[in-house]
Design a protein around this ligand. Structure first.
Ligand code: G3P
Length: 218
């Protein structure tokens, strides 16, 4: 399973990349705004920076919601680097744009997916990734990981090439559940990826090993 960092913060991205476990990055307009990156030139420059620093795919989201606008923005984003994936919202115009991008050889990530039907039509249109938002489903008392199970099952029934990118991943249990269910990718805040390392019994065990060694060896 691939690990993507769901942030536009380069320092946090590099912290995970330094461990050798990072496969890509996803961003969205909220995450770009959080880093204070504004204005088309700065936004494009930041994507170029991320695309240089991270060897994997970088999802860069369009702001337009009309077909022509999505195409215009997406083509510009795709030109930045080969590892830029154009993130397109799950709307009718978005699906139409995803089909066009597919014909042009531009890779896409269909975002804001909350049902298996949405994932299916995005895959039919030729999306490279679909992004079901599992944490936001949990937020409204649903079970986000159930959606991952459904989509993984449907895509495997038909050998669909679209990758299931579990998004809105909030904690390590989400990551482990997505891995058990066969999601191709999880994207989550770098802090959540780093939390996978921690276990209190590891800390206690290491402390004991080191103390026993010190007793004999000083
Ligand atoms: O990748 C989508 C993600 O950024 C949404 O996460 O935590 O805002 O629901 P969240």
């Amino acid at each position: 399973m691939k690990f993507f960092a769901d942030t536009a913060n380069l320092a946090q991205i590099l912290e995970v990349h330094a461990l050798g476990v990072l496969d890509g990055v996803t961003t969205n307009p909220s995450l770009m705004a959080k880093e204070g990156i504004k204005g088309e030139e700065n936004i494009l420059a930041h994507y170029a920076l991320l695309a240089r620093e991270v060897p994997g795919d970088i999802s860069a989201e369009v702001i337009s919601t009309d077909y022509e606008g999505i195409l215009r923005e997406g083509r510009k984003l795709a030109k930045i680097a080969d590892n830029i994936v154009v993130k397109v919202p799950m709307i009718k115009e978005g699906i139409k744009a995803i089909s066009t991008f597919k014909n042009e050889g531009i890779r896409t990530n269909c975002t804001l997916i909350f049902s298996a039907g949405q994932a299916l039509i995005a895959a039919k249109a030729g999306a490279s990734y679909v992004s079901p938002f599992i944490g936001r489903i949990d937020d409204i008392s649903g079970e986000g990981v159930q959606l991952i199970a459904q989509i993984v099952n449907i895509f495997s029934n038909f050998g669909m090439e679209t990758e299931v990118l579990a998004a809105s991943v909030r904690h390590t249990l989400h990551i482990v559940q997505c891995a058990e269910l066969g999601a191709d990718v999880v994207t989550c805040p770098p802090s959540v990826i780093l939390q996978l390392i921690n276990h209190p019994l590891t800390d206690i065990g290491l402390e004991k090993f080191l103390a026993d060694h010190k007793k004999l060896n000083g």
